[in-house]
Ligand binder design. Sequence first.
Ligand code: COI
Length: 356
Amino acid sequence: ASSLFKRDVVLSDTYSETAELVDMDWDNLGFAFLPTDYMYIMKCARGGDFSKGELQRFGNIEMNPSAGVLNYGQGLFEGLKAYRTKDGNILLFRPEENALRMKQGAERMCMPSPTVEQFVEAVKATVLANKRWVPPPGKGSLYIRPLLMGSGAVLGLAPAPEYTFLIYVSPVGNYFKEGVAPIHLVVEHELHRATPGGTGGVKTIGNYAAVLKAQSAAKARGYSDVLYLDCVNKRYLEEVSSCNIFVVKDNVISTPAIKGTILPGITRKSIIDVARNQGFQVEERLVAVDELLDADEVFCTGTAVVVSPVGSITYLGKRVSYKNEGIGEVSQQLYSVLTRLQMGLIEDKMDWTVEL
Ligand code: COI
């Protein structure tokens, strides 16, 4: 991925103020980390409030080896995107939703969190400082990754004495290697992602480490990702490692209800509203794994994956295909409305986009 940009350009401090756009291959962005110009950092003590943050040149950070996040996983992350419009504006999509989700997660993980206003202002400042990395219209987006972590040293198990809120950004294209083509999922029936009363409903870093084993095994067998079932009944759909899931049958769209073990996706929530506005009936409920057998269409949603059609799902060795493994009309329609909204191509009646 590093061959995509010219190193001398990236390292020049003054270039960012003059160049509109980084000179790189914008046509081949995937979802790989690319270093950009600046990151945002704000710290606070346990029991305190975040107050003054600052932009720094992007680079490695120093941390005490005894930091709470490194030893006990006291950490959260967020993900949102900035799009460059045809008129040269930059649009964020529902950043205050990420701020609120981080606040809720911080409460669960015993961490202080930035206020919604601090979060949104910090996101804006970071995107502006890295403006030349926002891809041209139609080529992708700037992925924004806010982190909140226990950066202070602990040895006995306890909340860390100091916290760091950090934002970095990286230009991205499609998440899955399939690009916009349908993905292929396998239902995991031994390992689970989340448990009732656990942290599955917050965006804590450990949830993502916990799915790597099943995900790697699935990828080695040629699948794109894993679909998790609830751990109590081993029967109801939960989510995919990095996104939420929707099932379409006779123009009714169903998705697992939020009940503490599923990540409350902002794209999930937005797609529910978009689908209802488009005249679909949308149900948030328990969705049994057997319903995959006679579904018309299945798709996934997430900030990174946007709306990804599912071509097939394999469960206990049986593979079910949807739409001949092509893109379903409902997925296509919802993808199109959502992304046109995010890119400023249609009127934003919901007031979801925030212009920089
Ligand atoms: C996102 O969609 O923004 C996420 O945080 C998922 C991550 C695994 C890429």
